[in-house]
Design a protein around this ligand. Structure first.
Ligand code: LMR
Length: 396
């Protein structure tokens, strides 16, 4: 019956997690998937989220509406666009609660494919692997735009601008507002201004995927690109996730925001988004979103939560510094300052596939084949081991 079904090659991130689980070595270290671990190597629940989650334990949950929890949708819009945002006052944002950030990407992708069928999608080179997968799965041709420059460990900014200038109208450009995954290399505010002006001139569709708000700098400054795009009245799509900054991984809590030129068009967009939701999963799950909304909708818990995220951010920064210090001492002839300059959970190490394999085989340290290392998996107990192993591998 199913002989003709082709085997699935597996996902580069999720398959590696499975391989890690099967590794019998007791000293193994997982720096592959983007999950925040604390200094004890545990996945912590921020205390604010824990408190909010406890309040709704063991309650029967009725179905949410297709578009999700109203209070949550409004609170997330404020978090992204800013509490005083004009576009919110003018009801120009269609907001939908989604199944994590991936669900938001898929919902947005399906909507764009339905209403702008001629559009092509362009993702940064490199990007999170599943960006390409989700947009191809929605029926798009997906190309890539120049982004990461291994020579400078920065952005190929001029090439990126030139590429955007060459794109046809309504091309979709997938952007990372902060904590670029996988490189950790972000645009500066003035670079965002330039890029967004080109997006406006060329009438492109910016799709911003923000999964790490609060891990780069502050909640406000991490949303700089989103707020600038709103000021320019761009046809902006935003997918966001609370997996990392609320530790709501398995609960699947995210949102999609679509900015429209006026309230009437925002309503039209919302209607079609609901239509897509109804035909896939009908309505989103309630448990996780009630915890998230318990935080966002409570001034004290929300403030506590933001501080807890900043503590996570600072711990990641401390691990970056430690890595850098050990590597600098072991290999003074090489420049490892990129470890401290990159932002967010990930560091693009520049390790080759062979070096990644050696880390895995010899030292039981798992990073992605691309060389992406999840700094949030480091702690006081393992950072020195990892830094020394990296030094040996880099010394080859
Ligand atoms: C990652 O990039 O590791 C995370 O976003 C987890 C995932 O689903 O790939």
């Amino acid at each position: 019956m199913y002989q003709h079904v082709t085997p699935y090659a597996g996902d580069p991130i999720l398959s590696l997690v499975e391989t890690f689980k099967q590794d019998p070595r007791p000293n193994k270290i997982n720096l592959s998937i983007g999950i925040y671990f604390d200094n004890e190597g545990k996945m912590p629940f921020p205390n604010s989220v824990f408190q909010a989650a406890q309040r709704i334990e063991n309650q029967v949950q009725p179905y949410l509406p297709m578009e999700g929890h109203a209070g949550f949708r409004a609170a997330v819009a404020k978090l992204l666009f800013g509490a005083e945002s004009l576009v919110l006052q003018e009801n120009r944002v269609a907001a939908v609660q989604t199944l994590g950030g991936s669900g938001a990407l898929k919902l947005g992708a399906d909507f764009i494919h339905r209403w702008f069928p001629q559009s092509h999608v362009f993702v940064s080179d490199p990007t999170w692997d599943n960006h390409r997968g989700i947009f191809e799965g929605a029926g798009f041709e997906v190309g890539s735009y120049p982004y990461y420059d291994p020579a400078t460990i920065g952005v190929k900014f001029d090439a990126m601008c030139d590429f955007f200038r060459s794109l046809p109208e309504h091309s979709v450009v997938l952007l990372h507002p902060c904590c670029h995954n996988p490189t950790g290399v972000d645009l500066l505010p003035e670079q965002w201004d330039t890029i967004l002006n080109i997006v406006a001139e060329r009438q492109l569709i910016p799709f911003m995927d923000i999964a790490y708000q609060g891990f780069g700098d502050t909640f406000d400054s991490d949303a700089y690109a989103i707020r600038q795009a709103a000021k320019l009245n761009l046809p902006l799509f935003v997918s966001c996730s609370f997996s990392k900054n609320m530790s709501l991984y398995g609960q699947r809590v995210g949102a999609l925001m679509v900015l429209a030129p006026n309230a009437a068009q925002a309503d039209l967009v919302l209607g079609q988004l609901k239509f897509i939701v109804r035909r896939i999963y009908s309505s989103p799950p309630a448990q996780g979103v009630l915890a998230a909304q318990g935080v966002l909708g409570d001034t004290n818990l929300a403030a506590q939560w933001q501080n807890e995220v900043y503590e996570m951010r600072d711990r990641i920064r401390a691990m970056r510094l430690k890595l850098y210090e050990v590597l600098r001492e072991k290999l003074p002839e090489k420049d490892f300052s990129y470890f401290v300059k990159q932002r967010g959970m990930f560091s693009y190490t520049g390790l080759s596939v062979a070096q990644v394999q050696r880390l895995r085989d010899e030292f039981a340290i798992y990073v992605l084949d691309s060389g992406r290392l999840c700094v949030a998996g480091l702690n006081e107990g393992n950072v020195e081991t990892v830094a020394k192993a990296l030094a040996q591998v880099f010394a080859e």
